[in-house]
Design a protein around this ligand. Structure first.
Ligand code: NAP
Length: 308
């Protein structure tokens, strides 16, 4: 099979850090064009908009949409209407309904839509899932605390409505939790802390449960300096499972069981090629649904204004 002619839209941090290297190393793809208002990718044709790119380069088979979520739906619709397969960065959109609409459009056109969740491909996630299925889980705690000034400097979109605020990293934790726990969760209570000068939360505390009354607590906070925490801790009949560093390491009762180099974006692009070949889509909205539920059920607390 000839390579998938792929293009990228929204050339920013994650494109440079992850998408370009992952595509370059995968023989299933040939990167042939990019569209971005300011960003450019060296060595290929660059355009200012997705419309101009698709008009000028009919050979494009697929597009990766890497702009902020509030601006992804329109571009995805244009790409699907033009007959292209679509890779959506996480979160897949600003609302559940718009992504459902894209899913229907992709199905009607016989195209592949991929709602990517990179953290699900962290190296210790599958081992954690296998461990949890083998025992009884008594409680789960998710601690996702990082320094927003370090990880998201000058990203205004992230603080605007639809940018999700602290749920932009928090949804990565939710993408893992919804993958490794055996039963579907639902939120029972939440408190969201909004800086008084911003439209998105800087912190959130959420309790979940499932049909078996499993207690699950998630603490997301963007005000953490020093040590950064991306941990999921499960108390089980077979000991304390700690999935740390965003899914990279797995320990049971403090004994390290898995610690392998991460390959999240190469795995995402392998999955995208797989669904294109299989003529199917991969759109799991569970992580985004929990975020929507947190906004729906959560109490709102206003905290100190945030300045970069
Ligand atoms: P970013 O660098 O701020 O944005 C990506 C690019 O999108 C920008 O450089 C910009 O390029 C374009 N863009 C910005 N505003 C736009 C608008 N109003 N309309 C159209 N395009 C716009 O953000 P990022 O960190 O790469 O994140 C992008 C997505 O990737 C987010 O959904 C994020 O959650 C996800 N992600 C990020 C990371 C990370 O470490 N940063 C990790 C995993 C996933 P132009 O100005 O050239 O158009």
């Amino acid at each position: 099979m000839s390579p998938i002619n792929i293009s990228i839209v929204g050339v920013g941090k994650i494109v440079r850090d992850q998408h370009l290297p992952a595509i370059a190393k995968n023989a299933d793809y040939k990167l042939i064009a990019a569209a971005s208002r300011h960003g450019v990718v060296d060595g290929i044709d660059n355009f200012k908009s997705i419309e101009a790119m698709l008009d000028a380069v009919p050979a494009i088979d697929a597009v990766s949409l890497c702009m902020p979520p509030q601006f992804r739906y329109q571009a995805a619709r244009v790409a699907l209407e033009a007959g292209k397969h679509v890779f959506l960065e996480k979160p897949p959109g600003a609302t559940l309904s718009e992504v459902a609409d894209l899913e229907s459009l992709a199905a009607a056109k016989g195209l592949s839509l991929f709602a990517s969740w990179h953290s699900r491909y962290a190296p210790a996630v599958e081992p954690a899932k296998s461990f949890l299925v083998s025992t009884k889980i008594n409680s789960v705690k998710v601690i996702w605390k990082e320094d927003v000034r370090h990880w998201h400097p000058n990203q205004d979109w992230i603080w605007q409505a639809g940018g999700l605020g602290v749920f932009d990293p928090g949804i990565n934790a939710l993408s893992i939790v919804t993958h490794i726990l055996p039963n579907p969760l639902f939120i029972t209570a939440a408190t969201l802390e909004f800086p008084e000068n911003r439209d998105a939360p800087i912190a959130a505390s959420i309790t979940f449960t499932d049909a078996g009354n499993l207690p699950v607590l998630a603490e997301f906070d963007w005000r953490q300096t020093g040590h950064q925490s991306w941990d999921i801790i499960a108390e089980t009949d077979a000991g304390t499972m700690t999935l740390s560093e965003g899914g990279a390491k797995l320990s049971i009762d403090g004994v390290l069981k898995h610690d392998e180099p991460e390959q999240e974006y190469p795995a995402l692009y392998a999955r995208f090629a797989e669904i294109i070949k299989a003529k199917t889509s991969d759109v799991d909205l569970a992580p985004l649904r929990h975020v929507a539920d947190a906004f729906m059920l959560g109490k709102r607390k206003f905290v100190d204004a945030f300045f970069d």
